[in-house]
Design a protein around this ligand. Sequence first.
Ligand SMILES: [Zn+2]
Length: 467
Amino acid sequence: MASISFYGGVGTVTGSKYLLENNGKKILVDCGLFQGLKKLRERNWQDPPFNPSEIDAVIITHAHIDHTGFLPRLVKLGFSGKVFTSRATCDLLKILLPDSARLQEEEADYRNRNNLTSHSPALPLYDEDDAKETLKRLEPISNDGKAVEICENFRAAFNVAGHILGASLVLVEMENAKENGDSIKFLFSGDLGHYDQPIIKDPAIPSDCDYLMVESTYGNRLHGEISSDKQLTEIINEAARRNAPILIPAFAIGRTQEILYLIRELEEQKRIPILPVIVDSPMAAQATQVHNRFSEEHDEEYASILTQKRHPLRTGSMMTTSSRDESKKLNDMKGARIIISASGMLTGGRVLHHAMRVLPNENATIVFVGYQAAGTTGRRIQDGEREVRIMKQWIPVRCHVEKVEGFSAHADWKGVLRWLEGLKTTPKKVFTTHGEPEAAEAMAQHIRERFGWTVTVPHYGQTVELN
Ligand SMILES: [Zn+2]
């Protein structure tokens, strides 16, 4: 008997965790951290609805923290199996998980030092040792569609999802899952990239399957016609004219590289002046190196710039900071400049210190280049709130607030339908996940209307039998 249980990434875009069971073996697909609304974040601290020591293996679709950030906690709570993921994702996790641990520790430390905790002392969800322990379990897999054994009764094939470097679609084969001894094939879209995104390849054609899970972040929205380069050009030129800073909250892996790639292009095309670009994120420089290493993930344009011995991710006047002191020195800088810092939704990290200076400055600009989940400080600012709480202080929002949608690393609903058109046979059932409730429902409806398939929007904690 086989089944799937939904323990995250349902009713929200965060916390992705899907438990597959087959003939007594259990694997978890993705192991993400919940972010955003307090009610969700509290789940990170509760006992998971399964026993971590009973999980035989974990499959990771891509490096983002909402798909991987719970891994060290899983290990801390007794998981001792292997973690299968693409080669590039493995390398990104080596940067990302220790950093996530440091952020957890710094946050706990900050709360303790400033008496901001109701739990005393405040503890981190996990520490750097837990992260290191997790890295030992990584099993790198080629992102090329060839199936490998995960554990008894489970095989999986990883293929390019086009979302961020290393992101995979994963076809899980559950052996002997049917009464007659046949396998069940379950395809996970992971986070699906949009077509023609810079740097990385387009999503691979989906494999035929019995069951399909597809993400729905943009299930009820389209990216729109205005190109991101046009929008960013105007924003940067405006800020140069006002001689004031631009703050771009961006995830250090993927989004930061995409922005650097675009700024370099705009500079080369002389559409914007060369401004100082400060990448204030200890991870971003390392992530950039990983980007150049995995040529099998690059699209043609990126590969061709590299063969000309140019650096696709370096702008005309760029500096990266790694230490906290270097980061603090940035506070004294004056004039027009572009600061790129994580986290992308202002949920933590160095970007908060920059935000406290930029938000009250009426000449400055904050530019959102990624999806802002409900409940995050980023979402509040984007929704027009005039005052937000950062590190327990009320900060007025007087700066220009801009949003550049085209940067999304997610396919919108038309992109998802375009990808689904690649299927040659009808899946028995489709699940729409990784969306806020309206988006997941809308995506389900789009699929029903276009293809006439059976589509379900699962809810948290639900188990569905597979046959
Ligand atoms: Zn993602």
